[in-house]
Design a protein around this ligand. Structure first.
Ligand SMILES: [Zn+2]
Length: 236
């Protein structure tokens, strides 16, 4: 996931070319690229030149592993598990790419689009057309924000919401959108308060979308119920 997220925005191949140290350019061996283990055994340094390896690698490897296990714990062995693992895989790739380059590669989204569509045909939401309304809302809601705020949100974020809508359906997509703005606003205020960020400075939004999506995917039903009861909104 790391490799795809780091290479696809630079138009580099991740299927044919071998991994190399970005500093000494030495081609890495199998024992240098075992997730988490290699980083730990090499004490975070390149085996050949000793330069520090970015901690992004072990962090993303741990997050990926934990999310995969979490999907299994929550869903169990069901068809939906494959969809959850595909969703997490896409999120890790997008996360790496967005925090590194502030780009969500179209290639990655286009790869996952048919996968989610096929999964939702085999294992549809109720009603089945919820996938379509969710996907359309996922495009239209961010698009309206982009138009009104003249680019306050990226086109990549909009396409990502479209894919999330296909998986979640209309109601959960709306909740996920709302939740991502809440998380983004809270963290944004903290960053400004701690003088780590400035107003009007662009920040990668995908981390908040991904956090909100995973929360909604796993706990959306009970959260929406709680929220609508709290405000006496008659959902459904
Ligand atoms: Zn090196």
């Amino acid at each position: 996931m790391n490799v795809v997220g780091l290479r696809s925005p630079q138009q580099l191949s991740f299927t044919t070319s071998r991994s190399e140290c970005p500093y000494c350019l030495k081609t890495l061996q199998w024992k240098d690229i075992i997730p988490i283990l290699s980083f730990t055994l090499l004490k975070g340094k390149c085996r050949y030149c000793g330069v520090r390896i970015s901690s992004l690698y072990p962090i993303m490897e741990i997050i990926t592993g934990m999310l995969f296990v979490y999907c299994y714990i929550i869903i169990g062995i069901q068809f939906e598990l494959f969809l959850a693992l595909a969703l997490v895989s896409m999120f890790v790739i997008v996360l790496v790419s967005d925090i590194t380059y502030m780009i969500i590669p179209n290639k990655v989204l286009l790869f996952f689009l048919p996968i989610f569509v096929v999964f939702r045909i085999i294992d549809p939401l109720t009603p089945w057309w919820d996938t379509i309304t969710g996907g359309v809302a996922g495009i239209l809601i961010p698009m309206s924000i982009i138009i009104v705020s003249k680019g306050g949100m990226g086109g990549g974020d909009m396409k990502l919401f479209g894919l999330i809508g296909i998986v979640l359906g209309f109601k959960k997509l709306c909740f996920c959108f709302f939740l991502s703005c809440v998380i983004g606003a809270i963290i944004g205020i903290f960053l400004i308060a701690l003088k780590l960020g400035r107003r009007n400075q662009p920040i990668p939004f995908a981390p908040y979308i991904i956090a909100a999506s995973l929360i909604t995917y796993f706990y959306g039903d009970s959260l929406i119920l709680w929220y609508s009861n709290f405000y006496h909104i008659p959902f459904n």
